[in-house]
Design a binder for this molecule. Structure first.
Ligand SMILES: [Mg+2]
Length: 228
């Protein structure tokens, strides 16, 4: 056993404002080149199952003639310039929280769901990989519990922070002693809003916030509410 306390943190919608990045700023960058938002979204759905990247998405659009071949290089430049440094998409409390864990020598692990290369692009762009003892990526839903199993054998007090209560439920069912924090980054008023702009701004995160949970989890809106 390695020892006492350890943290396992989810990435998307927990540390990283994925909605603002992917559903607001990335489409806006593409829209500058007169790419129809609907075409953008449909092509996203096509590319996603093959392992997503912005470059692949662009290639797909170019093949389908949704992007003129003369625009491809210009778009690539925009992607490189605007979306290489993704630190601005971290929620404001993330770095202070990770630094505090580091100072107190509390081991911290990152667990993200999605295509490994795409997740690595976001984590590296956010410049936080060095804070973690290990970065895990899984493509299967509900597979996080397996990582938790392995860590729970190593640490007496393990805490998990995630925006998806279904993942936390599976963890709790298998390891009741693991502390679970269900974080919701969506402001309460935005959860109920019927304004399409607000719905787009919190497009994915809103869905998780209202899911039913089988087990009680600590609910929070910020990492400042997560006790070390
Ligand atoms: Mg998440």
């Amino acid at each position: 056993m390695d020892g006492g306390r350890a943290f396992l943190l989810d990435f998307d919608h927990t540390l990283f404002d994925t909605d603002r990045f992917f559903w607001v700023d990335v489409p806006a960058a593409f829209a500058r080149f007169a790419i129809d938002p609907q075409v953008w979204e449909e092509s996203y759905a096509r590319v996603w199952p093959t392992g997503y990247s912005l470059e692949k998405h662009l290639e797909h659009l170019a093949r389908g003639k949704a992007v003129g071949s003369s625009d491809v290089a210009a778009i690539q430049r925009v992607l490189r310039e605007h979306f290489a440094d993704l630190r601005g998409y971290l929620f404001a409390d993330v770095e202070p929280f990770l630094k505090q864990l580091q100072e107190e020598k509390i081991p911290c692990f990152l667990l993200s769901f999605g295509d490994p290369a795409w997740q690595a692009y976001k984590v590296n762009g956010a410049r936080i990989a060095d804070f973690f003892q290990e970065v895990f990526t899984t493509r299967r839903e509900r597979a996080k519990a397996e990582v938790v199993e392995a860590l729970a054998k190593r640490f007496a007090r393990l805490a998990v922070v995630d925006n998806d209560p279904r993942e936390l439920d599976v963890i709790k069912a298998r390891r009741p002693q693991v502390e679970t924090f269900w974080i919701t980054r969506v402001p309460p008023e935005a959860l109920k809003s019927s304004d399409p702009e607000i719905q787009k701004r919190f497009r994915e995160a809103r869905n998780y916030a209202t899911l039913p949970a089988e087990f009680p989890h600590h609910r929070c809106q910020s990492l400042e509410e997560v006790s070390l």
